[in-house]
Design a protein around this ligand. Structure first.
Ligand SMILES: Cc1ncc(COP(=O)(O)O)c(C=O)c1O
Length: 391
């Protein structure tokens, strides 16, 4: 195939993917639009069927990989119940998330505690609840767990590239090569078992290479762990699997194809898991919000919504992708978008909305099922979006 033909095929695929994103947004709006009637506050409409579809699609893309839903992405009890019915396992980060698992009556030995820094009280709570697996990335954490849960199975979180992720997590967590040595030495001295390796490529990650390199690094670390007398049995590939906001992001099938290939080098006896959060819930949720008012300040046109930084749109205030769809048609114009509170942090950058946007227009934001309601508060008396399940 000539280079020109290959480029043409590539651009055809991208056009197709963009059309699919548009169609997907239309579908999300369709299951949300009935909430404009009797509208009182922002609504996150969440499709039960899409939650199921997402869980099945993730599994189909990576058959060897056990899915553990990252509860933080959306801990709504009905969502957790749906994933349980789909055979999904779970990953937690706090006492409240552990309690949600007890409430859900799952086998607690299948629940993974992947927050690398845990309070002593939360480790004790997890141990009492029957949890076995705990992530570590520092010697201090190994020491803390050793004092409370000496028979814990530890999995070591290593640093990997977060390049190409819209919400990087590197820096705060992940042991460097010298950090790995220290964790190993501490575990040996305390007779603690390091049974696995984990990494996180950053949330909403479009760079497949991060997972491939993470798998290679984990494989190398398995050999090192074995040299130190540990028996590795787990590879945990964390989260980061992206949603389609523009169609330029790789699909879960494209990511899966590369991960599956890389996993061929990982011995059969190693159990492989992933902790998708955003991918499983994101495209199941569409936010319905309303314009509070518009304003022109010198040459800048502002649009104020009834929800913002405090009301679940924290991510959008950075460089995070978003699909904004107004019920109004009109020439697209650039607006500075803000939330309703009196705080100057409550501004979400410049976006395209119709030129004739007015107070009380409804704006739809598809793909907001993750990290929206769960990060929202009612600061200043403006209600956080309410979650409404739809079929
Ligand atoms: C340890 C861990 N696992 C999984 C996730 C889920 O990531 P995502 O929602 O990007 O899939 C996170 C997110 O912060 C995390 O910290």
């Amino acid at each position: 195939m000539s280079q020109a033909t290959a480029i043409k095929l590539d651009s055809d695929i991208k056009t197709q993917q963009r059309l699919m994103v548009e169609e997907d947004c239309r579908q999300q709006i369709a299951f949300t639009s009935s909430h404009t009637q009797d509208y009182l506050e922002p609504v996150l409409a969440m499709s039960r069927q899409r939650l199921r579809d997402n869980a099945r699609r993730f599994k189909a893309a990576m058959p060897r990989v056990r899915t553990h839903f990252a509860v933080k992405a959306n801990p709504d009890p009905e969502i957790l119940q749906i994933f349980k019915q789909e055979g999904t396992c779970f990953e937690v980060a706090s006492i409240a998330e552990i309690d949600a698992m007890l409430e859900l009556a799952v086998d607690m030995e299948t629940v993974f505690y992947s927050n690398p820094i845990k309070s002593p009280a939360s480790i004790a709570h997890a141990a009492r609840a029957g949890m076995l697996w705990y992530s570590v990335d520092t010697p201090e954490e190994v020491t803390k767990i050793a004092a409370i849960k000496p028979d814990a199975k530890l999995y070591l979180r290593i640093e990997v590239s977060n390049e190409g992720s819209n919400w990087p997590l590197a820096g705060k967590f992940g042991a460097s090569p010298s950090g790995v040595e220290m964790v190993i030495e501490t575990a040996k001295s305390l007779n603690m078992q390091i049974c696995g390796v984990t990494f996180h490529v950053g949330s909403q990650c479009s760079n497949i290479n991060n997972w491939v390199e993470g798998i290679k690094a984990a494989k190398a670390l398995f050999a090192k762990l074995a040299d130190h007398g540990f028996v590795p049995e787990l590879l945990n590939m964390g989260g980061g699997y992206p949603l389609q906001f523009s169609g330029d992001e790789p699909s879960i099938e494209e990511i899966g194809a590369e991960i599956n290939k890389a996993l061929e080098s990982i011995p059969e006896h190693i159990q492989v898991m992933a902790e998708p959060g955003r991918f499983l819930v994101g495209s199941a949720g569409c936010l319905l919000t309303q314009v509070v008012g518009v304003a022109t300040r010198d040459d800048v046109r502002w649009v104020y919504l009834d929800t913002g930084f405090y009301g679940g749109l924290l991510e959008i205030s950075g460089e995070f992708p978003v699909n904004l769809i107004s019920e109004r048609t009109g020439e697209p114009a650039t607006w500075t978008m803000a939330g309703p509170t009196c705080d100057s942090i409550d501004v979400m950058g410049r976006h395209k909305l119709p030129d004739n946007t007015q107070a009380e227009d409804f704006i739809y934001m598809p793909n907001l099922g993750a990290y929206c309601t769960t990060c929202a508060c009612d600061f200043n008396g403006f209600p956080a979006p309410v979650l409404r399940m739809v079929d």
